[in-house]
Design a protein around this ligand. Structure first.
Ligand SMILES: [Zn+2]
Ligand SMILES: [Zn+2]
Length: 330
C-alpha cells in the first residue's frame, strides 16, 4: 500500500478537497508513479463545470503527469526508478474497429486519466504502464508536463493542418504556445488571434515566434492555409472559415466548445473543411515527444503546490498567466 495525498473532486462543481488515499499494490501491467509535476489543463475546468459527460465521482483530476515509477505489477513494462509521462488516454479496448485501424483515440470504451481514472493531482498515481511514455533520465518534469496534453493535443491538431505555410492560431494559451514554437521552427508563418485587447497574450505569441498578432475580430492579413482553434468559442469557427483560403481547413482542438453560430454556405464553399481533434493516440505521444527532443520548446510554467490546485484552476479560468500552470506535489 502507498499512502498518498490527493486533491479530489467529490461532487459536481467542486472545489477540490485534499484527501489521503491508500493505493493498493499494482497488479498486472499497473504501476504506481510518484508524481513530480502535473500540469493543469482547460479540460480540468470543463470537468469542474460538468461540461463533460459521465464524470465519475469522486475523481482525482490531472492528465499531464511526469513522475517516477515506484512499484510495478508483475507484467508491467516499466521499472522502478524510471521516469514516465502519463497523458489523457489511460485505457482502450484494443479490439474495436477504431483500435484496430490505428484510431484508438476514438475507442468507445476508452477511459481517460483525471476523468474516469484517477489522475495526477496527487502525490502518487496508479496507471497502466502500456499507456505511459518512458522519458529520458534528466528530463525536466516542470518543462515536460505541459507537453503531455497541451503539446500532444496541439500536435494532433497541428498535424491535421498539414504543412500550412500560413497558419492561424485562435486562442493563445498552453497548446498554442507549444504548437507555435514547433511550427515557427519548421519555417511556417504563424498568425495569432487573441481576445480583443489582450496585449499580454499577444506579446506572448510574439515571443513564441508568431509573425503577426491581432484580435480575434481582426481579419487575417493574408489568406490562411489552415486555422487551429484552441479557444472554446464556437463563434470562432465561422470567423476562421472566412480567414482561410479555398481548400483550407479549420481544425477545432478543444474537447468542449460553445455552440457554433449559423453562417452562410458561401463561407464553407470552395472546399474549405472543418474538423475536430479528439483525444490522442499513443503514437501521437511517441511522435511528438521525439519531435520535442529535436526542437527547442520553451514551456512557460507557473508552479503551484498540490494544495493550491483550486488556485491554479481559478487563475487558468481568469487568464491570470500565459503558458501553463503546473502542480508540484513536493
Ligand atoms: Zn477500442
Ligand atoms: Zn488536457
Amino acid at each position: 500500500m502507498t499512502s498518498s495525498q490527493a486533491m479530489v473532486l467529490e461532487n459536481a462543481g467542486g472545489p477540490l478537497v485534499m484527501r489521503t488515499r491508500e493505493l493498493p499494490l499494482p497488479t498486472g501491467q499497473q504501476i504506481v508513479i510518484r508524481v513530480l509535476a502535473c500540469a493543469v489543463c482547460r479540460t480540468d475546468l470543463h470537468l469542474m463545470d460538468e461540461e463533460l459527460p459521465d464524470i465519475r465521482y469522486p475523481i482525482i483530476p490531472g492528465h499531464q503527469v511526469v513522475g517516477e515509477v515506484v512499484t510495478c505489477g508483475p507484467e508491467a513494462s516499466s521499472e522502478p526508478g524510471q521516469l514516465v509521462g502519463a497523458a489523457w488516454l489511460g485505457h482502450t479496448c484494443g479490439s474495436c474497429d477504431h483500435c484496430t485501424r490505428g484510431s484508438e483515440n476514438l475507442c468507445d470504451a476508452a477511459r481517460f486519466h483525471g476523468y474516469q481514472i484517477d489522475g495526477g493531482f496527487a502525490q502518487h498515481m496508479m496507471a497502466d504502464s502500456r499507456y505511459c511514455f518512458p522519458l529520458e533520465d534528466g528530463t525536466d518534469p516542470l518543462a515536460t508536463a505541459p507537453l503531455l496534453c497541451a503539446g500532444l493535443i496541439g500536435y494532433r491538431a497541428f498535424s491535421k493542418a498539414g504543412d500550412a505555410a500560413h497558419l492561424g492560431i485562435y486562442g493563445f494559451g498552453a497548446a498554442a504556445h507549444i504548437v507555435c514554437q514547433v511550427a515557427a521552427q519548421q519555417g511556417q508563418k504563424i498568425y495569432a488571434f487573441t481576445r480583443e485587447g489582450d496585449e499580454e497574450a499577444q506579446a506572448f505569441a510574439r515571443r513564441c515566434g508568431a509573425v503577426w498578432v491581432g484580435s480575434s475580430t481582426d481579419a487575417a492579413p493574408v489568406p490562411l492555409d489552415a486555422a487551429l482553434i484552441f479557444a472554446p468559442v464556437g463563434a470562432l469557427v465561422p470567423k476562421a472559415l472566412r480567414d482561410v483560403r479555398k481548400g483550407g481547413s479549420v481544425v477545432c482542438g478543444g474537447i468542449h466548445m460553445s455552440d457554433i453560430p449559423a453562417f452562410p454556405y458561401a463561407d464553407l464553399w470552395g472546399e474549405r473543411q472543418i474538423s475536430s481533434v479528439a483525444n490522442l493516440t499513443r503514437e501521437d505521444g511517441r511522435e511528438f515527444l521525439e519531435l520535442a527532443r529535436r526542437l527547442t520548446i520553451n514551456t512557460e510554467v507557473h508552479t503551484y503546490p498540490l494544495a493550491a490546485a483550486n488556485d491554479a484552476l481559478r487563475d487558468l479560468r481568469e487568464g491570470v498567466f500565459s503558458g501553463s500552470a503546473v502542480l508540484v506535489p513536493g
